[in-house]
Design a binder for this molecule. Structure first.
Ligand SMILES: Nc1ncnc2c1ncn2[C@@H]1O[C@H](COP(=O)(O)OP(=O)(O)OP(=O)(O)O)[C@@H](O)[C@H]1O
Ligand SMILES: [Mg+2]
Length: 367
């Protein structure tokens, strides 16, 4: 899929922006604090009805304005649709697709965009929560049942933890919870294992290409329930026993110490634990490979590439890895930001469009 054009009014520092995009690469460049990330955010917002970095949409409205509108034409399978999102300071959000009222979930389910920001380049360095989110975000998007079970699990977990806090021997409702909890939890772990297998296959190929065939990527799921994959079939039974075993400890701690909410993924480059032994550039490359595998997974699922948004990612890589990354994204619509327009040097003229961003406005250079 790709976005043909956009119209932005009063979104952050973008008061009145209109742009026609290239089907391939779109390079937004300019000095710091001019509005480059805001443009990518507005595109992401148009496709997902949510921001990649801000939970409250009120903060997306320009400081001095009461409302904001983003409109754009999106093409999928050569069918075009017009999306319009309006938000205001009173907390009202209106979404229209082809002039018909729509909803957050409808928009989210129909469109695919992958955003890379410098934050994502810390996927390996940061804590496990970020890596769980990485797995869950893609899985939720391609498997609505997973999304449902994950939110069910989350509710059960919060409820169980509140029971643990006030636990007395007369209160035996915990067993009822545990039954549901390990069923949902086992489902989540199994799905994640399968998903990770797909991610590893794709990410490793990408990683080898970006590292000029020198670096091999391996990803292992680290579970609090099972020790290795051979136990995956018996996961529910093991889970149940572990919950019982940990029960006294959980009461002391007031929370549930095992389950998918504590799991992690471990990443290895050439068989060395990346978090400890890889260089910054190696870690960043591995993060990019992981994120790019998300693109392939969407492609396999929808038969179309998502829109790829690269915020400030190129500047973090050496020139060989920059070029490899851009070439790997051939055939997709890519929106990228940088403080310079060097990215164009790696691309053929007809495949890119340059946008200079200054004080919330953009100047277009037709090639
Ligand atoms: N709600 C808002 N209303 C008006 N301006 C805002 C709002 N939110 C953020 N801004 C401003 O928008 C400006 C541009 O931000 P943006 O993050 O897009 O910069 P950038 O061009 O990506 O810069 P950098 O190269 O440093 O990443 C910033 O000065 C920021 O303070
Ligand atoms: Mg920025």
């Amino acid at each position: 899929m790709y976005i043909k054009n956009i119209f932005i009014r009063d979104f952050r520092n973008l008061l009145n922006v209109q742009a026609e995009f290239n089907e391939n690469y779109n390079i937004f460049y300019g000095k710091n604090a001019q509005g480059k990330t805001n443009i990518l955010e507005s595109i992401y917002y148009l496709l997902n009805a949510k921001s990649h970095r801000e939970n409250s949409f009120i903060n997306l409205i320009n400081y001095d304005k009461n409302s904001s509108v983003i409109k754009g034409k999106v093409l999928k399978d050569n069918i075009s649709s017009e999306i319009e999102i309006a938000i205001d300071r009173n907390g009202k959000k209106t979404i229209k697709i082809n002039n018909n009222n729509s909803s957050n979930s409808e928009l989210y389910e129909q469109n695919y965009a992958v955003m890379f920001s410098p934050d994502d380049l810390r996927l390996i360095k940061d804590g496990p929560e970020k890596r769980r989110k990485f797995l869950d975000t893609t899985l939720c998007k391609i498997d609505f049942n997973y999304k449902k079970v994950l939110s069910q699990y989350d509710k059960l977990l919060r409820h169980r933890n509140s029971i643990l806090k006030n636990y007395s021997n007369y209160n035996n409702t915990i067993e009822v919870f545990d039954q549901q909890l390990y069923k949902c939890g086992a489902f989540i772990i199994k799905k994640r294992l399968k998903h990770l297998y797909e991610i590893e296959k794709t990410a490793n190929k990408i990683h080898l290409t970006m590292s000029e065939e020198y670096e091999n990527l391996k990803i292992l799921y680290q579970s609090s329930i099972i020790d290795d994959l051979s136990q995956a079939d018996d996961i529910s039974e093991i889970y149940k026993l572990k919950l019982e075993k940990n029960f006294t400890e959980d009461i002391k701690k007031n929370f549930t110490s095992i389950g998918p909410h504590t799991d992690d993924i471990n990443i290895f480059i050439n068989n060395k634990y990346s978090k400890k032994f890889s260089s910054q550039g190696q870690q960043k490359t591995a993060c990019i490979a992981l994120k790019l595998s998300e693109i392939e997974i969407y492609k396999n699922y929808t038969d179309q590439y998502p829109v790829v948004l690269l915020d400030d990612v190129l500047s973090e890589l050496d020139s060989i890895r920059q070029e490899k990354l851009l070439k790997l994204l051939k055939g997709m619509q890519v929106m990228l930001t940088d403080t310079n327009d060097n990215a164009k040097n790696y691309l053929d003229k007809q495949f890119y469009k340059l946008f200079e961003v200054e004080k919330g406005l953009i100047k277009t250079y037709i090639q």
